[in-house]
Design a protein around this ligand. Structure first.
Ligand code: HEM
Length: 472
């Protein structure tokens, strides 16, 4: 009902803020009745979203197709205008000043490019193989700049707080409920297509699991927040992706309590983080211009932060972003309590660290058990790699169990174990290449996690190497 209301408000507001051009203002191929913005400097990419499957098709095509193919796809003025823009100031193709469209907005700013042009480009891209396939990524030229901006700001933030507190905590997921000892037992009799990397052999690995709140600040568990679940599997042979940890015998898997991310691109993350630090995260999702509202992102975030878990060992978690699954395949991961039952809701007498308390009670009475599941990408359009705000449908591709993660009864809440927990570093890129992270959010994380964890561990004079067992 709320959603319906929002949609109708959006419809009304959009109708008031845009004025439709007359047919005389439109180039010949766009005089077709459907609303089209015909001039440059427009505010959006005509409904096609950055990092979406169709957005990637369009960008790939305008940047890589021959000029004649572009003119075949997009006739007359918009086609000519795209080619002119692509050739750069010297008007010649194949020279140093050629322009690559990095974003849909840049393309949308070209004169005469409108919704119909976007549709024509998408169709031609699909027909001629310019869209991404299964497990394929789309790298935006120069995207690393945004990754380093995120990392620099995160380190700055950690540095500032460390100067005040004398200890450097993580920039995100700063508060741990605890680190617990666990084991990961690979499922017996897995089909050959699931026997990949860590799951190739039927065996049991020792593991550490760190459970956390997602916030930048260390704050009460009563504050609405994303919750984290980070697994460090030990005794994993084989070269790892990060150069400085290539020979480590650990492998990390990171999860949060949401199947979807609340930012679509690293640029969005930068905006979200700065608005959060300014004390106004809502303005990232809802601005004065309704065309800029990020309703899906907001819904995703609310889906995670409104969960009110009773016990972090009784929640479901997802990798949210995709990972390679050997050669030419991609998956998302999830861990779910073995009996399928999650516990949400509060009794009303919870304290500031009630999630740690709930874990302590749980592990003083019984083991905790999670099924480790993977969901294969079977459709690159509806299960995209580059857009982590979209949930991969379990109807299109159900999750399959590949292992059992057991957390045996234990007393984890000791100062020594908390110290180890603080100084461990979990990183989605600390992995066998068979499980390489995919998509723009994950590519950003390759830069960010390393810089932040190196900074904080150096500041704390912590051990930089990986654990090889449960000794503290
Ligand atoms: C651009 C997107 C993201 C950025 C910039 C980011 C940033 C960070 C940073 C700086 C840390 C602390 C690293 C350290 O000091 O060791 C962290 C931890 C973490 N992140 Fe992210 N993150 C992003 C996306 C995600 C996503 C999609 C997930 C979904 C699984 C996730 C899950 C976690 C978890 C569970 C931790 C805690 C790891 C631990 O227990 O040590 N993050 N993140």
């Amino acid at each position: 009902m709320k959603k319906l209301f929002l949609v109708s408000v959006l419809g009304v507001l959009c109708a008031c803020t845009e004025s439709e051009p007359t047919s005389e203002q439109l180039p010949p191929d766009e005089q077709q009745g459907d609303f089209v913005e015909a001039q440059g400097g427009k505010a959006d990419a005509n409904g096609v979203e950055e990092a979406s499957y169709e957005g990637i098709c369009v960008l790939n095509y305008v940047n890589r197709a021959d000029e004649s193919a572009i003119l075949d796809a997009v006739h007359d003025w918009p086609g000519e205008a795209i080619i002119k823009a692509r050739r750069g100031a010297d008007g010649a193709f194949g020279t140093a000043d050629d322009v690559t469209f990095e974003t849909l907005e840049q393309l949308d700013d070209v004169d005469w490019v409108g919704r119909i042009t976007f549709g024509q480009l998408k169709r031609s891209a699909q027909e001629s193989g310019f869209c991404v396939g299964i497990a394929e990524e789309y790298l935006i030229p120069g995207e690393e700049d945004a990754f380093f901006t995120i990392a620099d700001r995160a380190v700055e933030e950690v540095e500032k707080k460390a100067a005040e507190n004398g200890i450097a905590h993580r920039d995100a997921h700063a508060k741990a409920h605890g680190c617990v000892q666990a084991s990961l037992k690979v499922e017996e009799g897995l089909a050959p297509e699931y026997r990949v990397g860590v799951f190739a052999q039927e065996r049991t690995y020792p593991a550490w699991v760190r459970l956390s709140n997602g916030a930048f600040a260390i704050q009460s568990d009563l504050v609405k927040d994303v919750r984290g679940f980070a697994v460090k599997v030990m005794d994993v042979p084989g070269k790892k992706v990060l150069e400085h940890k290539q020979d480590a015998r650990t492998q990390d898997f990171l999860f949060i309590n949401s199947p979807t991310m609340f930012v679509r691109t690293p640029e969005d993350y930068i905006e979200f983080a700065s608005k959060t630090f300014d004390g106004n995260p809502v303005s990232f999702f809802l601005s004065l211009d309704p065309r800029e509202w990020k309703i899906r992102e907001l819904t995703n975030l609310l889906g995670a932060v409104t969960q009110e878990p009773m016990n972090p060992l009784r929640s479901r978690y997802w990798s949210t972003t995709p990972y390679a699954w050997g050669e030419g395949a991609a998956v998302k991961y999830s861990v779910i309590p073995c009996d399928g039952e999650t516990l949400d809701g509060r009794l009303g007498d919870e304290g500031e660290s009630y999630l740690r308390d709930a874990m302590q009670v749980h592990l003083s009475q019984t083991d905790a058990c999670f099924e480790f599941l993977v969901q294969r990408q079977v459709d690159p359009e509806h299960m995209p790699v580059e857009d982590a705000t979209l949930e991969w449908s379990e109807e299109l591709s159900p999750f399959v169990k590949v292992a059992t993660l057991t957390v045996p009864m234990q007393d984890f809440a000791t100062p020594e174990q908390d110290a180890l927990c603080e100084n461990l570093a979990f990183n989605p890129w600390h992995t066998l290449s068979e499980h390489k992270p995919l998509g723009n959010i994950n590519r950003a994380r390759r830069v960010v996690y390393d810089m932040v964890s190196t900074y904080r561990r150096t500041f704390n004079e912590a051990k930089m190497d990986e654990p090889d067992g449960f000794e503290l």
